[in-house]
Design a protein. Structure first.
Ligand code: SF4
Length: 259
């Protein structure tokens, strides 16, 4: 593998051209013509057996695996003719292929109170619950979620669309953060939220975002356009609406991706 950090002029021009093409920003076809698959690793936890299984998939179909900043494993270097078999092998190994489009992404989380000596809340069950309920929900632009067990925010709570961190009193909730060329730090939506109430804060945020955002607009831009207090008021107004409809939309989208 060439690990050179230098980028020559030819590569730079190629990148500029690629960026003009639709689909460049979605994982799929690589620069060299091979394909990449994003493999979900819920809660970023796996057993030795699962890791061995994934290792075999990488060996058989790809070139190597890359740990993404979102805690997925990207298998790169898959020839087009092996892509479908690789998808099936990922599934047989107990993992699933993740969407990388405009939707609620895999939840990023730290080990939390179950394993970290600083943990104040249990991140793993919280991340699992959020994933099970909301992952895949279509949104106007990508929607990232982060769960940290304490204010140290090792899972980058404030650099995601919806981030929470544990405190002795519950969870503090932040919305509207993002990375990218113009990073934005999320703003505080609520403090001391009980675990059972976190899903309704997420549902209300996603619902308002789906309703008021312009196409391809990240939440940070929506909040900037409307003003934080206006957006926050809309979220708090929607807080007690049942979110079965959003959960159903997310489930349907996940089923579609799995096909
Ligand atoms: S955020 Fe807190 S609980 Fe999570 S890994 Fe960091 S120090 Fe531990």
């Amino acid at each position: 593998m060439d690990t050179s950090a230098e980028m020559n002029g030819e590569l730079r021009s190629e990148t500029v051209e690629c960026k003009k093409q639709p689909g460049y920003r979605s994982l799929g076809r690589q620069r060299d013509g091979n394909f990449a698959l994003s493999v979900g690793v819920p809660t970023a936890c796996f057993t030795g057996e699962q890791l061995r299984g994934l290792g075999e998939v990488i060996e058989q179909y790809g070139t190597f695996g890359h740990l993404s900043t979102a805690q997925s494993v990207i298998i790169v270097g898959i020839p087009e003719e092996k892509l479908e078999a690789a998808r099936l092998a990922v599934s047989d190994a107990g993992f699933d292929v993740r969407s990388i489009g405009k939707d609620v992404r895999q939840v990023k989380c730290c080990p939390g109170a179950d394993y970290s000596p600083f943990g104040l809340q249990r991140t793993l069950p919280m991340a699992k619950l959020i994933e099970k309920t909301f992952r895949g929900l279509p949104t106007p632009a990508k929607f990232k979620i982060s769960v940290s067990g304490c204010p140290n925010c090792c899972a980058n709570t404030m650099m995601n669309e919806f981030g929470i961190h544990g405190t002795v009193d519950g969870w503090n909730v932040f919305i509207g953060g993002k990375m990218g060329p113009n990073p934005v730090v999320a703003q505080e939506l609520a403090v001391g939220v009980e675990s059972d109430d976190v899903p309704k804060y997420l549902a209300a945020t996603a619902r308002v975002f789906r309703e008021v955002a312009e196409t391809n607009e990240r939440l940070a831009a929506t909040i900037e356009r409307l003003g934080f207090q206006t957006f926050r008021h809309m979220v708090m107004t929607a807080l007690d609406a049942p979110h079965d409809d959003l959960a159903e939309l997310a489930r349907a989208a996940r089923d579609q991706t799995a096909r």
